[in-house]
Design a protein around this ligand. Structure first.
Ligand code: GDP
Ligand code: IMO
Ligand code: MG
Length: 443
């Protein structure tokens, strides 16, 4: 069967974890294809809230194979912690979790490099999660990275030492201080700046990783396709953080889009089925970089408060703003989105009026609904259209026909502008707070 893809259309944190968990029962396989522990995917059900970083969001369902694909960068230390955090859920990892031997490994010095490079950038820092994502993808492209399959090789330690030596020379060039700069990585703080202790734990985590199913996941996925199994590829981050098409250089270091699922899992383009594009009814961003529809006023504060907009990975306050149609149209075009899923409609409940950014006014006076090349340097004035809010609670609504008229009008307006059906509306963080619009039901 074809492979469906679910991915974020904004700057990440759209609610991918919730929806992957929600639609997972329809699938035999759920696979992550890029990113790493920079992701924080939140799932809520039966009164439990869980944040996954590297493990696919289908893990709470029995009978689903969860694959960490070759396009992912995997931190063994964080992986061990994540698995330990899941121990109370009785998950059968040997049956349900598979890790590509071709996934790249994040080693502790990648994280130090992330800190050192951000520090060197000063005011123009990216606002990285400091999980070592950029430096690890850099080593992959420089053809010197370590892959999961390498941990089974007797010369792994030797190769690790070679890479660390290389990293240390860059760190010293960047004036990295083991004493003070390590503080930037909170979870390294517990080591009291003793890097040898960090390494000891890293090698323990590597031994732990060896006890899992390390596989040639490209064969596994293609066998599943040929055996008519249904597969869902789970994106991380969002299209506007894509390394090629995002707000460069304020992006992550992987292809977060449909095309990334092909290279990040080994899927031929002809095998791509539906593309579920997920977006918030408004917009957020965490970290630095352009955000044309950002609100630095009381409305922005309200969105942050009502939406609990604080990072799932770093705890940082997320920047908030109104929905941005030019950016959404761009992401829909690049991904070939077949279905839209609108999240967090409930966060807008208290607004009497909501706004939609329909166009950008550029510094030369031009009005456009396209993203300018120089989205970072260009002064973009957002042009807003005001829409009537529904201004009531959505709790208890499970049938799309019972949604308030103003919300139905908002959905219809967005569908007309974006030219893709909105198949699902999410009205709360819990699995059950999800409304399928019947005529377009996907599950
Ligand atoms: P992801 O990275 O795309 O998986 O998204 P995150 O988990 O980082 O952030 C989404 C946040 O919104 C999480 O705290 C979710 O529990 C929460 N959430 C998801 N859907 C809804 C919704 O419809 N309404 C509200 N209020 N919260 C939601
Ligand atoms: P999920 O999958 C939101 C942002 C960081 C920073 C930039 C680069 O939960 O949606 P990196 O650590 O990748 O080098 O950081 O990207 N970023 C995210 N923002 N959600 C994410 O993941 C993100 N992963 C990275 O804040 O601005
Ligand atoms: Mg997140």
């Amino acid at each position: 069967m074809a492979v469906d893809i679910l991915l974020g259309l904004q700057w990440g944190d759209e609610g991918k974890g919730k929806i992957v968990d929600f639609i997972a029962p329809k699938y035999d396989v759920v696979a992550r294809f890029q990113g790493g522990p920079n992701a924080g995917h939140t799932l809520e059900f039966d009164g439990i809230k869980h944040v996954l970083h590297q493990i696919p969001s289908g893990i709470f369902h029995d009978n689903i194979s969860n694959i960490i694909g070759n396009g992912v960068v995997l931190d063994p230390l964080i992986f061990k912690k994540e698995i330990e955090g899941l121990s109370k859920f009785n998950i059968n990892f040997s049956k349900n979790l598979f890790i590509s031997k071709k996934a790249q490994i994040i080693i502790p010095t990648h994280r130090l490099l992330d800190v050192a490079m951000e520090k060197a950038k000063g005011d123009s820092k990216i606002g990285s999660t400091l999980k070592g994502i950029g430096p690890t993808y850099q080593d992959k492209v420089a053809r010197q990275g370590l892959r999961v399959g390498d941990i089974l090789n007797p010369n792994f330690k030797e190769r690790y030492n070679q890479l660390v030596a290389n990293h240390k020379s860059i760190l010293s060039f960047l004036n990295f201080s083991f004493d003070s700069d390590l503080e930037a990585i909170k979870d390294f703080g517990k080591y009291n700046f003793d890097f040898l202790e960090v390494e000891k734990d890293f090698f323990k985590a590597v031994e732990f990783l060896k006890t899992f199913n390390l596989v040639d996941s490209e064969y596994m996925i293609n066998d599943a396709i040929n055996n008519k199994k249904s597969i869902l590829a789970e994106g991380a981050q969002g299209s506007l953080l894509d390394i090629d098409f995002g707000s460069y250089p304020f992006v992550t270091s992987s292809n977060t889009m449909t095309a990334g699922a092909c290279t990040g899992l080994g899927i031929a383009p002809k095998n791509i089925g539906k593309v579920f594009g997920i977006f918030k009814a408004y917009c957020t961003r965490v970290g630095s970089g352009p955000f044309p529809s950002e609100l630095n006023d009381i409305d922005g504060e309200t969105l942050r408060k009502k939406g609990n907009e604080f990072g799932s990975t770093t705890g940082r306050a997320r920047r908030c703003g109104w929905i941005d149609l030019p950016a959404l149209k761009y992401a829909i075009m690049l991904n070939g989105v077949s279905n839209l899923l609108m999240m967090k409609a409930d966060v807008l409940n208290e607004f009497e009026e909501i706004k939609v950014c329909t166009h950008y006014k550029l510094s030369n006076g031009e009005l456009t609904d396209k993203l300018p090349y120089d989205v970072v340097e260009e002064h973009i004035e957002p042009i807003f259209k005001t829409i009537k809010g529904w201004n009531c609670s959505l709790s208890g609504i499970s049938d799309a026909s019972n949604l308030p008229l103003a919300l139905k009008d908002y959905i219809t307006y967005l569908e007309q502008e974006l030219r893709v059906p909105i198949t699902l509306v999410s009205v709360g963080p819990d699995r059950v707070e999800t409304i399928l619009r019947e005529e377009l039901a996907i599950v």
